[in-house]
Design a protein around this ligand. Structure first.
Ligand code: VGL
Ligand code: ZN
Length: 201
């Protein structure tokens, strides 16, 4: 067992981010055995679930004429428009069936506000609207978080940067993550994480 002040955060290991899903990440399901093993070793275990209402503003289909993976300006900054994914209540939004979710203490759902996306497990994409995870972790005495899951260069990195900004020690277990890698986004994400002291394991 890892020390009592360490939390594992499993980001978005959902069907739509795995092969065959609507926003499939290459090899997204290959990380599941390692994550299942890690879930048995951490005293605090959080799972996140991307959880969008139909017609969410981050979906390309919500912006007539816009192509998936193009970018638009939202009131809170630039936003990539994604293929429709992780719609509340659909099979694509469910955790992957091989992910052993039973040890999880908390499931944080995010991205449920129609007008704003939420990559990070801590704050929505305005970097201000909290999900509540910070308070949960502090109440449980957590000082260090280890992040795994999908996708390395979006939800994992945004979560890692926020956790570092909030003063947690942060590590990302890279072998238990997979990236979308849009236009060099993985390299950019890794350099941003290293710049703020996130340990890339
Ligand atoms: C994610 C794009 C859109 C992720 C979620 O989990 O990294 N990426 N929604
Ligand atoms: Zn999403």
């Amino acid at each position: 067992m890892r020390p009592a002040h360490e939390a594992l955060i499993v980001v978005d290991v959902q069907n739509d981010f795995c092969p065959g899903g609507a926003l499939a990440v290459a090899g997204g399901d290959a990380i599941i055995p390692e994550i299942n093993a890690m879930l048995r070793q951490y005293p605090v275990r959080v799972l996140t679930q991307d959880w969008h209402p139909a017609g969410h503003s981050s979906f390309a289909e919500s912006h007539p004429g816009a192509a998936p993976f193009s970018s638009i300006e939202m009131p809170y900054g630039p936003q990539i428009l994604w293929p429709t994914h992780c719609v509340q209540g659909t099979a694509g939004a469910q955790f992957h069936p091989r992910l052993e979710t039973e040890p999880g203490d908390l499931v944080i759902r995010k991205g449920f506000r129609p007008a704003i996306d939420s990559y990070s497990a801590f704050f929505e994409n305005d970097h201000q609207t909290p999900t509540g995870l910070e308070g949960y972790l502090r109440s449980r005495g957590v000082e260090k978080v280890v992040l795994v899951g999908l996708a390395t260069d979006f939800c994992v990195t945004y979560s890692a940067l926020d956790a570092a900004r909030l003063g947690f020690k942060v590590a990302v277990k890279m072998s238990a993550c997979r990236a979308i890698d849009l236009d060099g986004s993985l390299a950019e994400a890794c350099s941003q994480m290293m710049r703020v002291g996130v340990d890339l394991l």
